[in-house]
Design a protein around this ligand. Structure first.
Ligand SMILES: C[S@@+](CC[C@H](N)C(=O)[O-])C[C@H]1O[C@@H](n2cnc3c(N)ncnc32)[C@H](O)[C@@H]1O
Length: 286
């Protein structure tokens, strides 16, 4: 695992970061950051709030669910969107940043379609960055806070992935290359609706994708295409537990294990998301 510092700027003064010696990275102003032994950098701004992202249990639940293939069609839709961009752009090596990468699942799937791409795996949760780097060891791993100015250089990202994760339109627009692509995946109100009815998951507000598009347009990123992905799959009690425990609902009252423990029979569960592709408003449409 190595760090490609050409992605990075100092979270403190915003000057470029470079390797100082094998384990230390720094900027010309003298700020220094140690590479963790698992191969990632923690690049948080001064006085970073103690938001910590997903914990290990949530990540393990997410990993088991994703490895079982339940969201394979979402990964396929993301891959299609990127491959299309890759072909159109005729680029040799895409720089793909997974912002809120979690387990790194979508980048790992994508790396099989675009093996020559360089990946950056970024999350607020150190456990997430560690886990995603184990899945994709060639990537650069960074612990960062998506709510703050990002420790990434201007225009350094060809494709940004933001899958079920916090969004920062101003910063996404800054780090995205002028012809770059931002892919955002958001759930619709139908997503996992069978589990929401049991109270095991938080509701998804109606019109979420419209609101996301509106917010991002304020930062100069325009919606170029939307792909709806909707299907059902049969989820046994163990799978429903994973679904309930891998997301924010795990921290909000009853999880599925207490609300639905008696339902041992498999239940058809709906997966319903929108895969939104954004570009700079100044980009020439393909
Ligand atoms: C619902 S998970 C999605 C993970 C992954 N994209 C996926 O779909 O499998 C949201 C991710 O965002 C991360 N996250 C939450 N708040 C964050 C923040 N302020 N900055 C960076 N990452 C954050 C969490 O740690 C978690 O990994």
């Amino acid at each position: 695992m190595s760090i490609d510092s050409t992605w990075l700027r100092c979270p403190n003064c915003f000057l470029d970061l470079a390797e100082v010696d094998g384990r230390v990275f720094g900027c010309a102003a003298g700020h220094r950051y140690d590479r963790a032994k698992q191969g990632y950098l923690t690049l948080l701004p001064p006085k970073a709030p103690r938001t910590v992202g997903d914990d290990r249990e949530m990540l393990q639940a997410r990993s088991a669910l994703l490895d079982g293939g339940a969201y394979a069609r979402i990964a396929a839709a993301i891959t299609d969107a990127v491959v299309e961009q890759h072909t159109l752009g005729g680029r040799s090596a895409l720089r793909i940043a997974d912002l809120g990468c979690g387990t790194g699942h979508y980048s790992t799937v994508l790396s099989q379609a675009v093996p020559e791409a360089d990946f950056l795996l970024a999350d607020r949760s150190p456990d997430a960055v560690r886990m995603s780097l184990r899945a994709l060891p060639s990537a650069t791993g960074v612990v960062l806070d998506l709510w703050r100015p990002l420790p990434l250089r201007d225009g350094v990202v060809d494709v940004a992935l933001n899958v079920f994760a916090p969004r920062n339109g101003v910063e996404f627009a800054r780090v995205l290359d002028s012809s770059g692509l931002l892919i955002v995946v958001v759930p619709t109100t139908a997503h996992l609706q069978e589990l929401r009815l049991t109270g095991a998951l938080l509701d998804v507000p109606a019109g979420k994708s419209d609101r996301v598009a509106e917010q991002l347009s304020e930062s100069g990123l325009v919606l170029r295409s939307t792909t709806s992905v909707e299907y059902t799959f049969s989820a046994d009690a163990a799978t429903r537990n994973l679904l309930a425990n891998m997301g924010p609902s795990a921290h909000h009252g009853d999880s599925l294990s207490s609300t639905d423990a008696r339902a041992v029979e498999p239940v058809d569960v709906t997966v319903s998301v929108e895969v939104l592709s954004f570009e700079h408003s100044t980009a020439v449409p393909a």
